[in-house]
Design a protein around this ligand. Structure first.
Ligand SMILES: Cc1ncc(C[n+]2csc(CCOP(=O)(O)OP(=O)(O)O)c2C)c(N)n1
Length: 622
């Protein structure tokens, strides 16, 4: 319900004028660029002007300050409107805003954190409310009064992730989070499902625990009153559901279909400005970049206590991940964990039980979990996010956007491969290495024992960008002494002699099969070199090449993953980058559709057991 308030006429007039200018600048910059979404900007001009020039606590000289309020443009295609607001606020000159979409400019077609004032990349619709929830949780953890505003489109509200985020925000009573929904009736190709049925949107947000106000989004007095009311709301997030017109203020584009994503021609712009009024001429850009020079990085921290395992213990790497987080927690207060309702399988509950204030139940909403991690990272937190490795594929677009956000998040995927056994193929991750290898700048750890899991989890906490930790379900023996170091990139040579016939590379469960194969072959008088590829990306191709050369160039890779994009391909491409190739190679990987069964049975049936390694070594000869 809209609320009356005592906002002065001059304040309202000031914001009205700001909104007018933001609309004009959006049309001008998109016309200059020859592409962009002016009609999507015009529907939200009053909303954004209200946020930036009335509600937000915001220092234009330090626009990413954690002390300030945050704005997330979930409908990222309205970037020109955001850039106009930032320019009008004085973050950078208006002339820079006019470099929209140019190769030499940080003002890209959709926002990225290279633009001062932006925390996360948007443009893949549906993710902004989750980012906002992460920022809001981060602010609460910091004890900060920061508020977070998120602008969403109505077409965008069809994305399931928006409602994952709404449920999450409502559940955690994020009263420092305001969602503003720009209900302009039109999507890209046709009207939205609910068009201007405001009641549906009211009910949807209400059912997730939001305080909801339905307003006329072009009535500046109503917008400001709604923002005041949101600010004063305690105990729950707020939604301002704003009825708007796409292309508002320009008669020949307002509420018209087929104008989405179309800039005005120069003549059309001139006609539009006759209706909206003009602005002072904007000088040409001087070429000076305003791109942010530094983005949030994981803070450094002192070494944690050493892992503590008996040499003869058998511990699953998934369980060691939980111990690692718990051991890291006291030395790194920035660590926060979210689990997708599997904390008792991924073992993040070991951390959560010890540090309940830093653990969030993400429920079964992996997309929200990943994007909330981006918000947390933007606030200087070190987010560890976990689920079964196979379910991270549901959030692959969010992972991709994390890379564009240059955000440092840590993902742990447990239950990789056929070695999970009885649960069957729906629970087995067999594509995850391929998926994460393709992500720009990603780091992939695949530990084989509890000690390396702990050390690599520590390395993940220190790493910039996206780090993926692949853990396994079965218990495995301890291989390493607790003071072993695991450099990145790197691998460990676990069996080595002058007479090695072949290099066998495995990781996780297959490393143990390779060690078993080495023992069997030794009994036949055959020596092999065994490598633990604990870091699947990046790989030091020169160092692998040196080991390979010493074994006559004969290579066997063995992995609990489909052949495509896994360890075999990773090793071969690293060798190729190092200017070499194996003389003979066998790649043992999962082929065909796996099935329920006992782990050992499946490892053998799908061709990655010690027996198959022995055969592969025999096949590539001496
Ligand atoms: C996940 C995703 N799907 C499709 C698109 C392509 N796309 C860009 S804008 C848009 C329409 C958005 O409509 P709405 O959210 O109502 O925003 P408006 O432009 O109307 O303000 C679409 C389909 C996208 N960017 N992201």
């Amino acid at each position: 319900m809209a609320v009356t308030s005592t906002i002065s006429t001059s304040t309202i007039d000031t914001v009205k004028e700001k909104a007018r200018r933001l609309g004009v600048y959006s049309m001008m910059s998109t016309t200059a660029a020859g592409s962009g979404h002016p009609t999507s900007c015009l529907s939200a001009a009053q909303l954004v002007a209200g946020v930036f020039f009335y509600a937000m606590k915001f220092d234009p000289k330090n626009p990413n300050s954690p002390d300030g309020d945050r704005f997330v443009l979930s409908k990222g295609h309205a970037a020109p409107l955001l850039y106009a607001a930032l320019a009008e606020a004085g973050v950078f000159p208006l002339s820079r805003m006019m470099t929209l979409r140019q190769f030499s400019s940080e003002m890209e077609g959709h926002p990225t954190p290279l633009v001062p004032g932006v925390d996360a990349a948007t443009g893949s619709l549906g993710q902004g409310l989750s980012v906002g929830a992460g920022l809001a949780i981060g602010a609460k953890l910091d004890g900060s009064s920061t508020r977070v505003y998120v602008l969403l489109g109505d077409g965008e509200l069809a994305e399931g992730q928006v409602w994952e985020a709404a449920a999450f925000s409502g559940h955690y009573k994020l009263d420092n989070l305001t969602a503003i929904a720009d209900i302009n009736r039109l999507g890209q190709s046709e009207p939205t499902m609910y068009q201007h049925d405001m009641e549906i949107y009211r009910r949807k947000f209400d059912s997730e625990g939001f305080d909801v106000q339905v307003i006329d989004g072009h009535d500046v007095a109503a917008v400001l009153a709604a923002l005041d009311h949101a600010k004063s709301t305690k105990g729950r997030p707020q939604a301002i559901v704003a009825c708007t017109i796409k292309g508002h203020g320009v008669s020949f584009i307002a509420d018209k279909e087929h104008w989405h994503g179309k800039p005005l021609s120069k003549d059309e712009l001139a006609r539009a400005l006759q209706e909206t009024g003009t602005v002072a001429p904007i000088p040409p850009d001087d070429g000076k970049s305003y791109a942010r020079k530094s983005l949030p990085k994981p803070p450094d921290f002192p070494p944690p206590a050493a892992p503590d395992y008996k040499a003869d213990a058998k511990v699953a790497t998934r369980e060691a991940y939980g111990y690692a987080l718990k051991r890291l927690a006291p030395v790194n207060p920035h660590i926060v964990a979210i689990s997708g309702d599997v904390k008792n399988s991924t073992f993040s509950e070991i951390f959560g039980d010890a540090y309940p204030d830093r653990f969030y139940q993400g429920y079964i909403a992996e997309q929200n979990m990943v994007s909330a991690g981006v918000g947390l990272a933007a606030r200087g937190r070190v987010p560890f996010l976990d689920t079964f490795a196979c379910f991270l594929s549901r959030a692959y677009d969010q992972v991709r956007m994390t890379a564009i956000s240059r955000a440092s998040i840590k993902l742990c995927g447990s239950h990789c491969g056929v070695s999970i056994g009885e649960d069957g193929p729906s629970q087995m991750a067999l594509e995850d290495l391929a998926m994460f290898r393709a992500v720009n700048g990603s780091i992939i750890f695949y530990p084989s024992d509890a000690v390396s899991t702990e050390r690599l989890t520590e390395a993940a906490a220190r790493a910039e960008g996206i780090t993926y930790i692949r853990t396994s379900r079965p218990k495995t023996p301890i291989i390493y002494s607790t003071d072993e170091k695991f450099p990145v990139p790197g691998f460990k040579v676990l069996r080595k002699s002058e007479k090695d016939r072949a290099t066998v590379i495995g990781a996780g469960i297959t490393l143990h099969e390779a060690l078993n194969a080495a023992d069997q072959l030794k009994e036949q008088g055959i020596a092999i070199r065994v490598i633990d590829l604990y870091c699947v990306k990046p790989i030091d191709g020169d160092a692998i090449a040196a080991e390979l050369k010493a074994t006559g160039g004969r290579l066997v890779t063995v992995e609990d993953h489909f052949e495509e994009g896994g360890i075999g391909e990773a090793v071969l491409s690293a060798l190729s980058d190092a200017g070499t190739a194996p003389s003979k190679v066998r790649r043992l990987a999962i082929h065909g559709m796996p099935h329920s069964g006992k782990p050992e049975e499946l490892i053998d049936a799908f061709g990655i057991s010690a027996r198959h390694i022995v055969d592969a070594v025999a096949a590539i000869g001496s």
